[in-house]
Design a protein around this ligand. Structure first.
Ligand code: NAD
Length: 411
């Protein structure tokens, strides 16, 4: 039976802490959130009826700084999901060297069923009712079902409540409301920088081949940047199907096509490919950039890539990972590969606090520096401890969290 996500997170903590030699009191502190807020948002709908929405915010751990990020507006939200996501954000921030703790939250709602006005009222109400917030305690950002637009409403509401501008209080807002440039592209760009380091380390040659699942915000940007460097993207899948061309897909043209068609399927000059074939294709790098658990014990043995870059969250199951590692397939874990947006969110807060806004070259140069450092630290620990990159990333995160908790006298 599959465990609930918080139990899964705790199992990972138990395993990683054994490898890291983490003190029991640190594990105890990390086994539960520091604060949980659960509140109701009553709201008059457009038709005059009253609806009451369930809302959550978890401050999982703030030993390394204010908690940050992730508000989901989804119909299947519950406290265990929010706790698990808050814990993973704590780890991701530590892996990425971000001086912040982990937070997550949201509202149990299907935003596609709300009018624009209802969505705005709900977004504003969430911020009004959130008990602890602001640049020095909790900086919410966008996640599934929220966007730059919802974050701009939240910022505006926060500033109305307080009576002064406070751009560092909310992340993922548009640049026009004192946000940062490069936030939408940050995860794909960060994944690209890490992939280029992996390519160097593994001696993968120019013209090497890449297969990818997902051509959204993350996959599309990573594909564009890798294509620009001369790497061949030979297969891409999305929710409607997949395409392949062993000579390499023309990514700039595919971007235009996918924007219009809302899918990669049917792109001229390609032939169809199923998900099963995509994961088994002969290639150097496999980039799952769509959804979780797509590489598992049923298809891991078919993977022929030398390395898997986990752009999505949790695309490889633990059972799949065992098979891949036995077959000497490297896995660069999600907490490292996709931490680019978490890093740029930290930059967004810094820019808001200093009232000084950077250009895209500055944002990307700082992102590259930070994410490549995180990758190098991971490789070093993996070599020192003779373990996988995933274990190494978690060991580094737990070490950093332990250090902060000890320095604060918590443990
Ligand atoms: P997106 O919605 O922009 O794009 C998702 C892509 O995956 C689309 O091409 C979609 O068609 C495809 N897809 C969805 N379901 C699929 C399925 N069942 N089978 C095959 N393809 C499917 O999302 P995104 O922002 O690109 O995020 C992709 C992944 O990266 C998600 O797992 C997300 O949690 C993770 N992630 C995103 C960010 C970010 O900043 N956007 C940060 C960290 C992690």
């Amino acid at each position: 039976m599959s465990k609930n996500p918080f139990e899964t997170a705790l199992t990972t903590l138990q395993e990683a802490s054994k490898l890291a030699g983490t003190e029991p009191n640190v594990v105890k502190m990390l086994s539960q959130p520091k604060r949980i807020f659960q509140f109701a948002i009553p709201m008059k709908m457009d038709n005059g009826e009253l609806e009451i929405f369930e809302a959550y915010r978890v401050h999982y751990n703030d030993a390394r700084g204010q908690v940050k990020n992730g508000l989901r507006f989804v119909p299947d939200l519950d406290l265990d999901i929010v706790k698990a996501l808050g814990f993973w954000m704590t780890i991701k921030h530590a892996v990425g060297g971000i001086p912040a703790g982990g937070g997550k939250g949201g509202v149990k709602v299907d935003p596609s069923k709300l009018s624009e006005g209802e969505l705005e009222r709900l977004s504003r109400a969430y911020i009004r009712k959130l008990p602890m917030k602001g640049a020095w305690v909790d900086v919410p950002g966008a996640d599934i079902g929220t966007s730059a637009k919802t974050m701009a409403w939240m910022l505006d509401e926060y500033e109305e409540i307080n009576g002064f501008h406070s751009p560092a209080a909310i992340n993922d807002k548009p640049a026009a409301t004192s946000g940062t440039v490069g936030s939408m592209e940050a995860t794909g760009t960060g994944a690209f920088y890490v992939t280029m380091e992996v390519i160097k380390d593994m001696g993968i040659q120019k013209g090497a081949t890449i297969a990818m699942q997902g051509f959204g915000n993350v996959g599309r940007i990573a594909a564009r940047l890798l294509h620009d460097q001369g790497y061949k993207i030979i297969a891409i899948g999305d929710i409607k199907g997949g395409i392949q061309n062993p000579e390499g897909i023309d990514i700039p043209k595919l971007e235009e096509y996918a924007l219009e068609q809302k899918s990669v399927v049917g792109f001229p000059g390609t032939t169809p490919i199923s998900d099963k074939e995509l994961f088994a294709i002969e290639c150097d790098i496999l980039m799952p950039a769509a959804v979780q658990s797509v590489i598992h014990d049923g298809n891991a043995a078919d993977v022929k890539a030398k390395v898997i870059m986990e752009c999505a969250n949790g695309p490889v199951t633990p059972e799949g990972e065992k098979i891949l590692l036995a077959n000497k397939v490297h896995i660069v874990p999600d907490v490292l590969t996709n931490c680019g947006s978490a890093i740029v969110c930290a930059f967004e807060r810094t820019q808001g606090l200093t009232d000084s806004y950077w250009d895209i070259d500055t944002v990307n140069a700082k992102l590259k520096e930070r994410i490549v450092k995180a990758y190098r630290e991971t490789v070093e620990t993996a070599e020192k401890k003779n373990t996988s990159y995933r274990n190494a990333a978690w060991i580094n995160a737990l070490d950093k969290l332990s250090e902060s908790m000890k320095a604060r006298g918590w443990v």
